[in-house]
Design a binder for this molecule. Structure first.
Ligand code: GAR
Length: 199
């Protein structure tokens, strides 16, 4: 089974959706490590409950991004992690972590990229008054939400929609789309040994 690591900074609803699909036999991988950069994040309790090994760190305790990313790489290698899933990890990935995991890091973002990169994409969409919003899953490069797009799903913004209501509907899409896309990627990597041909 493919060993993955999930990186999260907040609530961890996408982490939970991934665990649900693994437990339902719909996603053939094992979450070998949950990496969290926020010592008070809700996702930590969820990972403890579900028995996922954890690496929680406080970036402020490190000299630089390279220093904590070095430690992350060590932990990933100890666990034999082959694929990194960013599920609400609110931090740019630096070269220390990117180099050994080139084409092996994917991110989910709550907008139709390249629209609304960065923080509070849902709020940005409401502010801009767009009629169509959505979700993007993409490979991670050194930019902010700029890597190659793997999959997207759109939804209409309703009249009178608020940031909260849109966020709820976007997250419902994420919880279905993310595990499905991860499964496809794992299958394609098993067949071709590399990034899937269809991507
Ligand atoms: C998700 O909606 C994800 O798309 C977003 O953070 C949320 C995390 O929710 N990510 C970004 O905005 C990345 N730029 P969760 O902790 O409940 O999975």
């Amino acid at each position: 089974k493919t060993k993955i690591a999930v990186f999260a900074s907040g609530t961890g609803s996408n982490y939970e959706a991934i665990m649900d699909q693994i437990n339902a036999g719909q996603l053939a991988c094992e979450v070998a490590l949950l990496v969290c950069d926020q010592p008070n994040a809700k996702v930590i309790g969820k990972a403890e409950e579900l028995g996922t090994p954890l690496f929680v760190f406080d970036p402020k305790q490190y000299e630089s991004k390279a220093t904590f990313e070095n430690e992350i790489v060590q932990r990933l290698q100890e666990q034999g992690v082959e694929l990194i899933i960013l599920a609400g990890y609110m931090r740019l990935i630096g070269p220390t972590l990117l180099a050994p995991y080139e084409s092996k890091i994917i991110n989910i973002h709550p907008s139709l990229l390249p629209a609304f990169p960065g923080k509070d994409a849902v709020g940005q969409a409401i502010e801009a008054g767009v009629r169509v919003a959505g979700v993007t899953i993409h490979f991670v490069d050194e930019g902010m939400d700029t890597g190659q797009i793997i999959d997207q799903q759109a939804l209409y913004v309703e009249k009178g929609e608020t940031r909260d209501s849109l966020q709820k509907r976007i997250q419902a899409i994420e919880h279905r789309l993310f595990p499905q896309t991860i499964q496809k990627l794992i299958e394609e990597q098993a067949e071709t040994g590399e990034r899937g041909a269809s991507i």
